[in-house]
Design a protein around this ligand. Structure first.
Ligand SMILES: Cc1cc2nc3c(=O)[nH]c(=O)nc-3n(C[C@H](O)[C@H](O)[C@H](O)COP(=O)(O)O)c2cc1C
Length: 187
């Protein structure tokens, strides 16, 4: 849903960005629900689409779910600084979040989320006997039991810096929000 008003101060824009992020985690139709997570490799970069599962504005944290055997997990353990990028044509906003990734594989943060997830078809994504990216003969997946939590892990992305770009017919605007404060940038 388009915003009723165009925020006009840096503080209002930052607040609106976190409001949209929180909405995106709850609304399957929000374009920011499926951002791209880009991670660093020793010989370049990698990127993939993930589902934005939760957003906690007070701690500036985005939450993703993943198979802990996936390439992105190995990359984040080696190089925890990553970028999450999203675009909404409804808002006309691109958001680039510089984040610090951390992974939980056990404890209440994982168990409580798995308790909810295991009731949904998405649980199958974390139960495969083979790691993501394994070469297989047949793409048809067996239906696997959901009693244990398989290879489910929770990826936390703490946002250190936001680069916001608005494309608008009256003029594009860009701003950065980070530990040094908020400022306008030339788009
Ligand atoms: C719409 C969409 C949503 C996806 N959501 C997730 C997700 O939430 N978590 C995840 O690990 N992979 C998700 N994937 C799959 C990843 O894009 C990727 O193919 C997979 O995780 C393996 O990536 P990696 O080898 O870089 O770790 C999604 C793919 C699409 C197309």
């Amino acid at each position: 849903m388009a915003r009723a008003e165009r925020p006009d101060t840096l503080a209002a824009i930052e607040a609106a960005v976190w409001q949209e992020l929180a909405r995106a985690a709850l609304d399957k139709h929000h374009a920011w629900r499926t951002p791209v997570l880009a991670t660093g490799l020793s010989d370049g970069a990698d990127a993939r689409v993930v589902v934005l599962r939760e957003v906690d504005p007070p701690t500036r944290t985005l939450v993703f779910y993943t198979d802990i055997r996936s390439g992105k997990v190995a990359q984040c353990l080696e190089q925890p600084t990553a970028t999450v990028v999203m675009w909404s044509s409804v808002l006309g906003w691109q958001l680039r979040c510089r984040v610090q990734l951390s992974l939980d594989t056990q404890g209440v943060s994982v168990l409580s989320r798995w308790a909810r997830l295991k009731l949904s078809p998405a649980a199958q994504d974390y139960l495969s006997p083979l790691p993501p990216g394994s070469v297989i003969d047949d793409p048809v997946r067996p239906v696997l039991p959901r009693d244990d939590r398989g290879h489910f892990g929770v990826l936390f992305a703490r946002v250190d810096s936001l680069d916001w770009l608005e494309l608008h017919r009256d003029g594009h605007r860009r701003a950065r929000f980070d530990a040094d404060g908020a400022r306008w940038l030339q788009p």
